[in-house]
Design a protein around this ligand. Structure first.
Ligand SMILES: [Zn+2]
Length: 105
């Protein structure tokens, strides 16, 4: 990650810095997948393409839910057990809604 450009003033707590950072990452992740999705639309509707499209749409839904949680201030809490999701997990997959043990359930 390069430096975060904050064009508006924020409460300089680590929580809001984390929120800005993940908001940007989620936005970039959504844009990337949106582009991939657009690249697929002209392709033949074969099974592989359909599966790719479904997977991309699924992640886009999860990203949009994660941005909703960011807006509501619940981002980073597991939707299963309400414990904090480890930052390492969020760095790999910022749209994670659950901690590892809830994801395994
Ligand atoms: Zn959990």
């Amino acid at each position: 990650m390069s430096a975060i450009r904050a064009s508006f003033s924020v409460d300089p707590t680590s929580d809001s810095l984390m929120a800005i950072r993940f908001e940007r990452e989620l936005q970039e992740a959504a844009e990337t997948r949106q582009q991939q999705l657009e690249g697929l639309t002209s392709a033949e509707a074969d099974e592989v393409t359909r599966a790719q499209r479904e997977a991309l749409n699924q992640v886009l839904l999860e990203i949009s839910a994660a941005r909703q949680r960011l807006a509501e201030g619940t981002f980073g809490s597991c939707t299963g057990c309400a414990l904090s999701i480890p930052v390492e997990r969020l760095e790999i997959r910022p749209w994670s809604a659950t901690c590892v043990s809830c994801a395994r359930r």
